[in-house]
Design a protein around this ligand. Structure first.
Ligand SMILES: [Mg+2]
Length: 337
């Protein structure tokens, strides 16, 4: 079973009973529950496991603490919400390093403050091996402004909020201990200490500028395929329009990797992926500027299904490749891969 099949199996067993105020269950960035008729609660959970999501020897604990918050609030931002409360479940081996733990806790507390949310409870357990951290984040949004993955329409333009593939490059550079380029520090930081686009997501939703939105955690090819499936549409992506830092090709060459694969399949960039009516182009660019982000239009929503990458062969002819679900899968890919 791959990750998607596991989720679909569990979703089929759990049903989607909406009588208790459930508006959206499994299948989006957050579960959505009615709060008071005008507002909704947004609930999300993410786990970081030593040896899978991070290497304890490479990841500074303060950055890991902030990352645990960032990857969770990213899902709240992806629905246009505001993160409010955090619950933490922490698993640590016996005889854990106390200074490591203190630095992790400080990163976590600083992250909560930065994104405007409050740690309100959780659980602490002994782990037989390594460190694990699960966060549940509870957020809030106006019911009419929540942006789901299912709202994309044929004719929409497709956007991302920043350069892609940087986190995958950073992880590979860290593993191999490669330094020596200014942009490499940015790649490393993108893996170690990503920033969630919560403010952008909230403003995109508040302005009614987008039809569908999610965050990029498993790579564009997989995440866009999820969005298309939920919306009952297909997508065409132009390879030449996919944004990435110039040094990505250098990083790929030095690590024996394929930078194109990082751009379409590299996980953990935590940029936002969204679709919008083509008339919103200039408004979107202006809003990106306000948030200090260079938004990039990368393709279009089409009738049908699947994700097609449109590129160019070396002889100048155009080439179309189906790329749906070619991103990171926890049960297909090697741990940490
Ligand atoms: Mg997500």
């Amino acid at each position: 079973m791959n990750e998607r099949q596991i989720i679909e199996y569990i979703a089929a067993l759990s049903g989607q009973d909406t009588t208790a105020g459930l508006i959206r269950g499994i299948g989006d960035d957050c579960a959505v529950i009615d709060k008071d008729g005008h507002h909704v609660w947004l609930l999300t959970m993410d786990t970081l496991i030593e040896g899978v999501h991070f290497d304890g020897g490479l990841h500074p604990p303060d950055k890991l603490g902030r990352k645990a918050v960032s990857v969770n609030v990213s899902d709240i931002g992806a629905m246009g919400g505001r993160p409010l409360f955090v619950l933490l479940s922490l698993g640590m081996p016996a005889g854990f390093d106390e200074s490591w733990f203190r630095a992790f806790a400080k990163g976590l507390a600083d992250g909560c403050r930065e994104y405007g949310c409050l740690l309100i409870g959780g659980d602490t357990v002994a782990s037989p091996q390594g460190f694990t951290c699960t966060l549940t984040v509870i957020g809030e949004a106006e019911a009419q402004r929540v942006v789901y993955r299912s709202g994309a329409r044929p004719g929409d333009t497709i956007w991302v909020s920043g350069p892609l593939g940087g986190a995958a490059a950073g992880l590979e550079l860290l593993r191999r201990g490669i330094d020596g380029h200014d942009d490499f520090a940015a790649f490393r930081e993108q893996h170690l200490n990503p920033t969630a686009r919560v403010e952008l997501g909230r403003r995109l939703a508040a302005g009614g500028l987008v039809h569908a939105m999610m965050d990029l955690s498993d790579g564009l090819a997989t995440d866009l395929a999820h969005l298309c499936k939920q919306s009952g549409v297909g997508a065409r992506i132009a390879a030449k329009d996919l944004p990435c830092r110039e040094a990505l090709a250098t990083a790929a060459r030095l690590t024996g990797s394929d930078w194109r694969q990082w751009v379409i399949g590299g996980g953990e960039d935590y940029e936002l992926l969204f679709t919008a009516d083509p008339v919103q182009g200039s408004s979107l660019l202006a809003l990106g500027d306000c948030c200090g982000l260079r938004l990039a239009q990368v393709g279009a929503v089409v009738e049908g299904a699947g994700v097609t990458l449109v590129g160019q062969r070396s002889d100048g002819s155009s080439e179309e490749v189906a790329i749906a679900y070619q991103g990171y899968d926890h049960f297909r890919d090697k741990p940490g891969g």
